[in-house]
Design a protein around this ligand. Sequence first.
Ligand SMILES: *[C@@H]1O[C@H](CO)[C@@H](O)[C@H](O)[C@H]1NC(C)=O
Ligand SMILES: *[C@@H]1O[C@H](CO)[C@@H](O)[C@H](O)[C@H]1NC(C)=O
Ligand SMILES: *[C@@H]1O[C@H](CO)[C@@H](O)[C@H](O)[C@H]1NC(C)=O
Ligand SMILES: *[C@@H]1O[C@H](CO)[C@@H](O)[C@H](O)[C@H]1NC(C)=O
Ligand SMILES: *[C@@H]1O[C@H](CO)[C@@H](O)[C@H](O)[C@H]1NC(C)=O
Ligand SMILES: *[C@@H]1O[C@H](CO)[C@@H](O)[C@H](O)[C@H]1NC(C)=O
Ligand SMILES: *[C@@H]1O[C@H](CO)[C@@H](O)[C@H](O)[C@H]1NC(C)=O
Ligand SMILES: *[C@@H]1O[C@H](CO)[C@@H](O)[C@H](O)[C@H]1NC(C)=O
Length: 803
Amino acid sequence: MASYASFHFMIFIFIIIPFCALAQSDGIVRVQSILTANEESNQWLSPKGDFAFGFKLLQDTDQFLLSIWYHNIPDKTVVWYANSGNPVPRGSTVQLTAQTGLVLRDPQGIDLWRTNGISSQVDYGFMNDTGNFILKGSSGSSLLWESFKFPTDTILPLQEFVTGTSVLNSRQSNTSFYKGRFFLQFEENGNLLLTASTVNESGTVDEIEYYNSNNSDPTSTSNSGYRLIFESRGIISILKRNNQTQQLGSSSNLPPASENYFRATLDFDGVFTQYYHPRNFTANQKWTVLWYEPDDICAKSISNKGRGACGYNSICNLVMNGRPVCECPDGYTFLDPDDKYGSCMPNSTQSCAEVKQGSAGDLYDFVVLNATDWPHFDYHFQTPSTEASCRQACLQDCLCAVSIFRDNSCWKKKLPLSNGWASPTLTTTAFLKFRRSDAPPVYPSPKGSRPKDRETLILVGSVILGSSLFINILLTVVFCLCTDLIYKKKKPGFHPNSEANLHCFAYKELVVATKGFSEELGRGSFGIVYKGELKQSSKNVGIAVKKLDRNSQDTEKEFRAEVNTIGQTNHKNLVHLLGFCDEGQNRLLVYEYMSNGTLASFLFNSPMPNWKLRTQIAMEIARGLVYLHEECSTQIIHCDIKPQNILLDEYYHARISDFGLAKLLVLNQSRTLTNIRGTKGYVAPEWFRNTQVTAKVDVYSFGVLLLEIICCRRNVEDIEIGEGDFAILTDLVWDCFQERRLDALVENDLEALNEKMMLERFVMVGIWCIQEDSSIRPTMRKASQMLEGVIEVMVPPCPSFSS
Ligand SMILES: *[C@@H]1O[C@H](CO)[C@@H](O)[C@H](O)[C@H]1NC(C)=O
Ligand SMILES: *[C@@H]1O[C@H](CO)[C@@H](O)[C@H](O)[C@H]1NC(C)=O
Ligand SMILES: *[C@@H]1O[C@H](CO)[C@@H](O)[C@H](O)[C@H]1NC(C)=O
Ligand SMILES: *[C@@H]1O[C@H](CO)[C@@H](O)[C@H](O)[C@H]1NC(C)=O
Ligand SMILES: *[C@@H]1O[C@H](CO)[C@@H](O)[C@H](O)[C@H]1NC(C)=O
Ligand SMILES: *[C@@H]1O[C@H](CO)[C@@H](O)[C@H](O)[C@H]1NC(C)=O
Ligand SMILES: *[C@@H]1O[C@H](CO)[C@@H](O)[C@H](O)[C@H]1NC(C)=O
Ligand SMILES: *[C@@H]1O[C@H](CO)[C@@H](O)[C@H](O)[C@H]1NC(C)=O
């Protein structure tokens, strides 16, 4: 027994000792070193162990973030992250290679991120005790890359910035590291700015400034700021060219750096805060706030453009240390229950149809909110006014959501309400309207889940304000609730594919949902799409129902197999299939409803959408196609990529629709061209030859689409342009590219003209994609990487054989 135990002890020693040896790091990471994302993952430690580089398991998920964190304190606070904060699945790896530096790969070995701009051979990596991860080159131990040059939401002592850089970008929430809406920028003129970005209803990105350090002196550059310095003793200051410094925050109680860590973080709620934490800690010590900017984000972020520090319809309250807390007023609930800094939606909507003269008071009442205001965006102003008439004016007006009374004046506002805030300094009174009959309804609770609040069943309002995540949750819940009903109506023998989570609708249900197919949303190549609503306890959920043309001879089994393939796709840039109907001649597909219509109507109407949003949409479409071609279980070739088949969700994110239908309805097994209906102007040349159709047909169509997105012009204009050579956009682009006249493509588009490098990159990728020879075209993955600037774009050859 004793020898058995000591045998185990020996094994213990032998296993543990080498690991201890590894943990005693000298900070050096050799080429070919690799880390794998799992709980047992090692980290690359700095010499004193202050910082670690590696995969951090994210709270409440099974995903990992490649990051740098404080290793010696219980909080393990993250100070830097790779891959734009996108988490990666278990089993992903990061490796240090001599040619490209760090490479992050998913478990399938696909590149997700790498250190950009490595110009020569990497000799070794080093995790410094300053929190800086650096890559050194072999030639004279030059510095090839350092994490300090690519900050995320935190800066550390010894980090420095020059003017003209966007220093920090907040994360999305306390636990989600995706990019958030707040930025710290060090402007060319020496001002340090905090800005918040908001995408407004027309898709324009507005930036509002809520803090300005005022370090520019227009009369003398030597009095202007030019470097931002975080000294090792903890002071952050702006250095001017005349060697004067302006310190940020106050230093009166700066604790000694020998005993404390410092960091300054642009927190997810938009407050830029400097903290310290004792290096030698006792159990309960945490990060302590030294100073923060702005002093009152609720007040400072009010503008006539944005939505304020919180979401729409929300109220911002200032609590300790400049932190905002967002609250939904009575009668409103958070759109995404997990996002307490997001928008709120009303429990019910008001309709102008139901308010008949004199009955408004029976239907609606008010919540009175003292010292609360939603500044700007009023549609009606009355002065003089009284409290009673202000209240009455809103009650009788079916458009009015709130009226604000102050100093004998009255402002009426519609939904959505922006810039909401409450403060004891305000002398306003807000009368917020709500429906008297609002009381939480009672639903049968689905098996195994707790009853959901009414918030999950309200869609109106979320069409304007919702996040797609929310709608997905909502629809899932609705379908869970419906399952019992649907189950009873089901034909015997039907087994819904639980993996794909699709539901089989009865034809009659869809007739009711679409009011007898009365509202047409569009005509696609495969059938007509109708708007519909699923009724659920007096609330409606928007859907898009596609009635497929009856032209396929495939069997029911094949239809279901294909529908299941489509149903199993899951990517944020695809429109999700919710269910289908297959009754005799009637084959219908039921999709989530996309509130912002097609890319075609967005792109080819005035005003022209802005460049930043257009490039974002192009990259999103590319990502969606990479997914269809390479990442879903069965490869899906779209075959009909065109702006009419790209939809935009409520935040103007691109969502590819109609994928999987080509296989389902048009092509037989041998993929010949019997019935193709690919659209004029977007069809790859091989469709007209008898060669095999591959995913490269989508690359071609994507190339055309990309050029259209760049130029905001249709490839083939409907109007005749006489004998001119420039009727076809792809020809025009090639000519301009050859003659180095790219400016001509984006006339009047100042934003695009200002981003010449990006413009050229996008045009070149477009030309690569429309190569007549399909083997020269890049794969969608390569095209996507070129667009995102991850890999270099070579100068493309002429796209057509003939010229
Ligand atoms: C680590 O950082 C310190 C302070 O900036 C610097 O002096 C030192 O050279 C760095 N170490 C390496 C290997 O670059
Ligand atoms: C964010 O998370 C930290 C650590 O988990 C916690 O101390 C802090 O209170 C959180 N902040 C907010 C606003 O929830
Ligand atoms: C969106 O912002 C742009 C630019 O600030 C403005 O011209 C446009 O009117 C705004 N649209 C809406 C719907 O607010
Ligand atoms: C910068 O100037 C603006 C306008 O004069 C002022 O409102 C703001 O408080 C100033 N900011 C600082 C940090 O002093
Ligand atoms: C600022 O300081 C640097 C180094 O101390 C010195 O070389 C330079 O001349 C100074 N500039 C001015 C304007 O005083
Ligand atoms: C931290 O604690 C260690 C051991 O308890 C001690 O040796 C060291 O001097 C302390 N450091 C500081 C800065 O107090
Ligand atoms: C609105 O809905 C929420 C969540 O269901 C509920 O708690 C609240 O009481 C409702 N408010 C009103 C005024 O009906
Ligand atoms: C709002 O202010 C009025 C007048 O100052 C006061 O009578 C009323 O009680 C206040 N209401 C609330 C909810 O605080």
